[in-house]
Design a protein around this ligand. Structure first.
Ligand SMILES: *[C@@H]1O[C@H](CO)[C@@H](O)[C@H](O)[C@H]1NC(C)=O
Ligand SMILES: *[C@@H]1O[C@H](CO)[C@@H](O)[C@H](O)[C@H]1NC(C)=O
Ligand SMILES: *[C@@H]1O[C@H](CO)[C@@H](O)[C@H](O)[C@H]1NC(C)=O
Ligand SMILES: *[C@@H]1O[C@H](CO)[C@@H](O)[C@H](O)[C@H]1NC(C)=O
Length: 485
């Protein structure tokens, strides 16, 4: 697979995961049930006594963490249509006379909403252009209807979708109107109302929607769901809170004046901040004590591990000495100490997992140069800087043109006692081992390792053939073909 593809999907996975985390963390920061349900419809509270994990979370997370069905507080919004008198339908055949206040152009007339923050409520609104002026000739007039709403409280949003004549639907700014409505014709609107948070401290508000130019209107009562049902069952000075110094409410202690902490176990004199848990978080929206410990009056007490060799540490229990890179299945390769997710290597090792010896003896070539001067010793292994060279110490150059010419004289004198070096052969040419073989028995090109095939002219003008190779123990090895008769 393509490296880019792997990298991209890894990044995407990381991104998706971090998004999932931030989304659920939005709930986790809530301290009370009321705060929790105001964050959004996805946040649900667990009021079970003694429930340890974060009480405000997604419903499935709470259930997985062991919250009981009865312990879940998740009030939902409602909508009630209080007045719903149908729009006026005049009987065409009877010359029915209607007084202006008997004519009804808009339906419904009154609606009550209970709004949970972030959860929209919908209803349908019908407008009929009634035969209001009974002297006018029917169908002679046509007109437009535009719905208008009274000013909205902060944080309340309304949207319209119109369903006009001939199946034409519009949204956004055109969603509140229909044009060319003849007398007696009906159009419909979908309305959606949503609140973010609790704009009026929980008290109710009224808004009105009316068609422009008409007296009739829809009255909409908005109630905001800002508290949980369990709020009503609170127990002041409950023994569940330390020294009965708090009110037990939806499973948590709300501390009396002068007390702080999850169970009101701290006195204000001991703790500087309003929220002792804030001192136990490494950063905003981070887990308390990195989820590796408990916050006791603003100080993290890290969890103990079953294995005594493993220990959490750090102000926020953010460190430990057992989750570091491994090599050879050993923590820090067995050549270092794990400190807060990082290996601190012994003096003669380096690398993320201390898997890299600093000792260069394995890279030392016979000429006392590291990698023959043609590479760098990386983790005890030569990395040849010139790609022509290979071998443990960059000593081999299978493709260098000089190999045959360089060794020709020595091969000739040792094999045939002729050539330029025949008099100094013993002195100069002992550096390789040599075998004389039949030409067909010369090593083949694919035989290991790194064989060079040579064809050179001897003194007697005959061609001779040899191979030059470095064998596995690093010695030069020559095979020469004997002259064939
Ligand atoms: C208005 O409606 C009438 C009857 O439904 C139709 O004949 C006419 O073309 C419409 N006018 C426009 C501008 O849409
Ligand atoms: C909500 O209550 C607070 C304190 O009781 C007050 O200061 C604020 O003005 C109120 N907000 C509204 C919109 O009534
Ligand atoms: C908190 O508890 C202590 C010890 O029981 C008591 O002396 C104190 O009056 C209590 N404080 C409050 C505000 O209830
Ligand atoms: C981790 O720390 C504990 C306590 O300091 C120590 O006993 C243990 O050997 C350490 N473990 C490792 C793997 O370093």
């Amino acid at each position: 697979m393509n490296v880019m593809v792997i990298l991209t999907s890894a990044l995407l996975a990381l991104f998706a995961q971090s998004r999932a985390n931030t989304d659920s963390n939005k709930c986790i920061s809530a301290k009370t049930c009321g705060q929790c349900i105001q964050i959004g419809p996805q946040c649900v509270w667990c009021k079970d006594p003694g429930f340890k994990p974060a009480r405000c979370d997604h419903q499935d997370s709470l259930e997985r963490a062991g919250c009981t069905v009865l312990g879940i507080e998740n009030p939902r919004g409602t909508i009630t249509i209080d007045k719903n008198k149908p729009v006026t339908k005049r009987k065409i055949d009877v010359e029915e006379k209607l007084m202006p206040d008997e004519i009804n152009r808009i339906q419904p007339q009154k609606v009550t909403l209970h709004l949970r923050s972030g959860e929209a409520q919908q209803f349908k609104l019908t407008f009929k252009r009634a035969e209001d002026n009974l002297n006018a000739q029917p169908d002679s007039l046509s007109s437009e209807v535009i719905l208008q709403n009274s000013p909205l409280p902060d944080g309340v949003y309304i949207s319209f979708v119109s369903h006009c004549k001939n199946g034409v639907s519009e949204r956004e700014e055109n969603g509140c109107k229909c044009s060319n409505i003849s007398i007696g014709e009906e159009v419909k609107f979908d309305l959606e109302i949503m609140a973010k948070g609790c704009p009026s401290n929980g008290t109710s508000e009224t808004i009105k929607i009316k068609p422009l130019g008409f007296n009739e209107e829809v009255e909409i009562i908005l109630n905001f769901i800002c508290e949980c049902e369990c709020h009503k069952d609170k127990i002041p000075n409950s023994p569940a809170c330390t020294d009965s110094n708090g009110t037990l409410e939806c499973g948590v202690c709300r501390c009396n004046e002068g007390r702080l902490g999850r169970l009101c176990e701290c006195s204000r004199d001991e703790v500087q901040t309003e929220d002792p848990d804030a001192n136990c978080r490494m950063g905003y929206e981070m887990d308390i004590c990195s989820n590796n410990g408990e916050c006791v009056c603003g100080t993290c007490e890290c969890k103990k591990r079953d294995n005594p060799e493993e220990k959490y540490s750090g102000t926020f229990c953010e460190c430990d000495n057992f989750s570091c890179d491994r090599s050879n299945n050993k923590l820090c390769g067995g050549h270092g100490r794990c400190e807060c997710h990082t290996c601190l290597c012994d003096a003669n090792y380096m690398g993320r997992a201390c898997d890299c010896p600093l000792d260069t003896s394995t890279c030392m070539a016979s000429n006392k140069l590291i990698c023959n001067g043609r590479g760098v010793c990386d983790c005890g292994v030569c990395r040849c800087t010139d790609s022509k060279f290979q071998g443990k110490t960059c000593e081999i150059c299978p493709t260098c043109p000089g190999v045959c010419a360089e060794h020709k004289d020595c091969v000739e004198c040792r094999a045939f006692h002729t050539g330029d070096k025949k008099d100094t052969c013993d002195r100069d040419c002992g550096y390789f081992s040599m075998k004389v073989v039949k030409r067909k028995d010369l090593p083949q090109p694919l035989d290991p390792p790194y064989i060079t095939h040579c064809k050179e002219k001897a003194d007697n003008d005959h061609w001779f053939f040899f191979t030059y190779a470095l064998n596995n123990d690093g010695n030069d090895e020559v095979h020469v073909a004997e002259f064939e008769k």
